[in-house]
Design a protein around this ligand. Sequence first.
Ligand code: SF4
Length: 479
Amino acid sequence: MERRVLFLNPPSYEGFDGGAGSRYQAKREVRSFWYPTWLAQAAALCPNSKLLDAPVEDMNVEDTVAAANGFDVLILYTSAPGFRNDAGLVKRLRQTYPAMLMGMVGPHCTALPEDTLLGCSSLDFVAKGEFDYSVADIAKGKPLSKVEGIAFSRNNRIIHNEDRAPMEDLDALPSVLDVYKRDLNIKKYFIGYLLHPYLSFYTGRGCPGRCTFCLWPQTIGGRRYRTRTPGSVLDEMRRAKDMFPEVKEFFFDDDTFTAKLDRVEEIARGLKNLDITWSSSTRANVPEKTLRIMKESGLRCLMVGIESGSDKILKNIKKGITTSQARRFMRICRDLKISTHATFVLGLPGETKDTIKQTISFVKELDPETIQVSIASPYPGTELYEQALKSGWFVESDLVSCSGVQQVSLEYEDLTGQEIYDAVETLYNKFYFRPRPIIRILGTMIRDKEICKRRLREAKEFFGFMRDRKRTGTGSLSQ
Ligand code: SF4
């Protein structure tokens, strides 16, 4: 008999976008939630299951404990910033449901399985790496000792079962659409630069990039881009369009959707017949020919990690892309009228006051439609984390503040944490408070009443966030 499984994106912090779809786990400047796709994928393998996205549903610990009633197994997706609070929640759940089998999954468990088990004694197991089939085995009633890819405690000892090989046949996974339909309220998912409502998927796992700070390819996805076939992706898109006619935009949220050019061109040609609007992740190295095919098939926006305006820093983090390549890529996108959302990270190894200035002028020069500025987060399991430990760069082990907002963990000889923290706001201000972005934003607001309402709400949230951020500051960091 299949066990009843609750897949939980936990309420680690209020409004926390930290769960099973977020690469930078933190509360963001405006209400922002990625789909909990990793959990949805595993839930799709367990017919007797439910996916609960507590932050999106504005559920607190009490609500979540009540909602767990009636389940045999709990699968909680934790994160480095959320772990402490998530461990507290599991303890509460254990007191309320002593017989429930409880496990944690996600990159944090993969990087630190023993610490996770020792730090949360109420847990029964952790699943490492891709956890889909490990959880499916547990749902079917397999004893923990026989489940590949997990670690568990027995008689004060931690036992590591054999690792599970990376999944090769991704087409064999059932679609996440039925789980989305059954368990999620898609209207509650917002991403600032995507149309609303949006729907996101993965069409593959892993990334050939070697960026030292990037969490998923170094923990759960791997350095090889394993993909679903174009036919399977297109079938799913056809279904998605029928099942969710209200969706305005589909987002391919693979680490790097454009990592295999022939494949992306084949998918794009197929999407053209579906007449949908779509967007995706990319690196800044896609040739014009491919971008043109993507644009002609309904591509609206590309989310691209530029990270820094300093070639020295790009080299330090093994980005594999130079500022000249980024410049060229952005120019082609502009010519083809592809909108861009560019992401930047401040406080990466080699950052100085000068490189921050370079990044600020580079962002203005590139002039993407929207930007995201994050603080370098040394997640356990990444090369950046090891490098920071060895180099003595840590000044704070908590990656987020007590309200879930990113804080500075690393500082350098010539650059204090406070300077990195302040530079985030400076970069936003220097970019957005210029005539061009203001006119762009006003233009979209005038053209569409819904967007107008949304932008006004986001502006209010953004300024409130920045006010609180300034008030709370970086806490323990040097000034
Ligand atoms: S290219 Fe993007 S997804 Fe790939 S490793 Fe670098 S940052 Fe991560």
